[in-house]
Design a protein around this ligand. Sequence first.
Ligand code: NDP
Length: 277
Amino acid sequence: MSDRYAVIGNPIGHTKSPLIHGLFAQECGQDMEYVAIEGPLEPSEAFANTVHDFIAPDGRGMNVTAPFKLHAFDMADERSERATLAGAVNAMKFENGRIIAENFDGVGLLRDIEVNLHQPMAGKRVLILGAGGAVRGALLPFIGARPAQLVVANRHLDKAQALIEQVDAGDSLIARGYPDLESMGAFDLVVNATSASLSGELPPVPPSVFSADGTAYELAYGKGLTPFLQLAKNAGIRNIADGVGMLVEQAAEAFAWWRGVRPQTRAVIDRLTVPLE
Ligand code: NDP
């Protein structure tokens, strides 16, 4: 029987993960099966039971998406440093009766920006909007990329402040409210990691944060020119991207972790890309 993998979420109908991992398996010649599972929302122990049922015969690993990233964190036997800081898990490996938990969202985002978009962060001023799960996952990989300054801006400033206090990154890492951004000048990279775009909203970010030769990155994907990307475009930025590359790169990280071989991502990103306009 093939090794079995899955993505678990609720709802799960929209997921691209089986397609992505199917293409990776084909390219890397891996004998594996990858399915989507709609996880139960209640009772509270039902999620863990579903995971254990999957592990029982030949389950080797799982991707985890909303709303189960915290449930997966809670049930893991071992957690990586990235997963611990994020307080959330997006990939699990089942090995010798143990559940090992990781979070590849941040490292996938960093790789998309630095490798695919050719925008190294070292020495740059970087602004990330939001202080939810995606930002928690991105924080350690972003700091590791050594930007000159990393500003985390959130509506609820206390949340951003609490987040940065968990990391020892010196003065280069700061938390700000949106009104403070007016006086902070332009950034080389502005990342929208809020969930505002999912409901067609714009985080209250002033256009002055964009610089014409900088980059604007939207984590949501497949939504065309979101209000955030439109604002960036209106401010004269040519280099704009959505999160499809992040999606594929985090999948590639999980695949390499599970199978010991890293797939190529370019063709898969191209296949999944929905033009921004
Ligand atoms: P969370 O629910 O954990 O956090 C949401 C964040 O968005 C909070 O900081 C919240 O601020 C902020 N927010 C929500 N609405 C607004 C608004 N109208 N204006 C300003 N801020 C707002 O979400 P996640 O961190 O999990 O996800 C964030 C985004 O990243 C989503 O769009 C998601 O789809 C995307 N994503 C993409 C991935 C990919 O592979 N491309 C992977 C993971 C996530 P506050 O705290 O003040 O309420």
